[in-house]
Unconditional design. Structure first.
Length: 260
C-alpha cells in the first residue's frame, strides 16, 4: 500500500514538473535569424499573457532560460529574446561587451530585433493578443526600458540591475507600459547620479513607475553565477539572495496586477 502510494505521488510530481515545456525557436528580424527559447505550461488550457525575457550581455544563455521556465511555472508564456542574432552567446566580458555595444549603438536595430520577438510571441496560439510584458536583466534591463521609452505596446516592463541612462528623448505620454525597476544601491555600474537622472526623466515623462533600491546590493544581484563571474573576470558583481527573492516576489505581484 505504501509502495503504491509512493509511486502514485512520484507519478503526480513528475507529471506536474513535466507540464512546463521549453523549446528552442527561430524567428527573423529582417534577414537575420533570431534563435530564442519558448517556455509554457502545457497543462494550462486556453490563452494567457506572454512575457519577453531579455538576457544579460552574455546572450540568451541558461540563466535566461531558467527565468523563462520560472515564468512558465507561474502560468505565463515566456520567450527568451535573442538580441544578437543566430543565438550568439559570449563567455567572456570582451565578447559580451562587443555584442552588447553593437546593439546599444544602433537603436533602430535594437528596436527591430525586439519587435520581431514581440510579434513572434504575440502570435503564439496560447498567448492572449496584446497581453505582453517584458523583463530584462543588466544589458536586457536597459533594453526593455528603452523599448518602453520608444512606446512599445507592453503592459508591464521590469528591469533588474539594468542601466538607467539613455540617449532616447522621452515626452510626456510616450511611455505606455507600467514600470518596475530593481536596483542595487551599491552598484558601481549604475551610480547615484544616474539613478537621480532617471527619476527626473520618469517624472517629466509622467511615467507610471516604481524604483526599488536595495541598500548594500551590487550589480547582477539576481544571478547566482554573479560571484563566479566576479572571481573569474574581476567584475564588480555579487549575488544577493534577499534582493533576488524580494524582486521576484514583487515582479509576480506586479505581473498579476497588470496582465490579464
Amino acid at each position: 500500500m505504501k509502495t503504491a502510494l509512493a509511486l502514485s505521488l512520484l507519478f503526480f510530481t513528475s507529471s506536474a514538473l513535466a507540464a512546463v515545456v521549453g523549446k528552442d525557436v527561430s524567428y527573423k528580424a529582417g534577414d537575420t535569424v533570431m534563435k530564442g527559447y519558448l517556455a509554457f505550461d502545457d497543462a494550462i488550457k486556453g490563452k494567457r499573457a506572454g512575457v519577453l525575457v531579455v538576457p544579460e550581455w552574455w546572450g540568451a544563455n541558461d540563466y535566461a532560460r531558467k527565468r523563462a521556465r520560472m515564468l512558465a511555472g507561474e502560468g505565463y508564456v515566456a520567450l527568451v529574446v535573442d538580441m544578437y542574432g543566430n543565438g550568439q552567446i559570449a563567455d567572456n566580458p570582451q565578447d559580451a561587451g562587443a555584442l552588447a555595444g553593437s546593439v546599444n549603438k544602433n537603436p533602430p536595430l535594437a528596436l527591430a530585433r525586439f519587435q520581431a520577438a514581440e510579434k513572434f510571441l504575440d502570435k503564439q496560439p496560447n498567448v492572449k493578443k496584446g497581453e505582453l510584458a517584458a523583463l530584462g536583466y543588466c544589458f536586457g534591463g536597459g533594453v526593455v526600458l528603452n523599448m518602453a521609452r520608444a512606446g512599445e505596446p507592453l503592459k508591464a516592463v521590469v528591469s533588474y540591475h539594468g542601466v538607467l541612462a539613455t540617449d532616447v528623448a522621452v515626452k510626456p505620454g510616450d511611455i505606455k507600459a507600467k514600470l518596475r525597476i530593481f536596483h542595487g544601491e551599491a552598484d558601481p555600474l549604475v551610480p547615484p547620479e544616474q539613478v537621480e537622472a532617471f527619476k527626473t526623466e520618469m517624472a517629466n515623462a509622467k511615467a507610471d513607475y516604481m524604483l526599488v533600491a536595495y541598500p548594500g546590493v551590487k550589480h547582477t544581484f539576481t544571478n547566482r553565477e554573479a560571484d563566479s563571474y566576479a572571481a573569474q573576470f574581476g567584475l564588480p558583481l555579487k549575488y544577493d539572495n534577499a534582493a533576488d527573492s524580494d524582486s521576484w516576489t514583487r515582479t509576480l505581484e506586479f505581473l498579476k496586477a497588470t496582465l490579464k
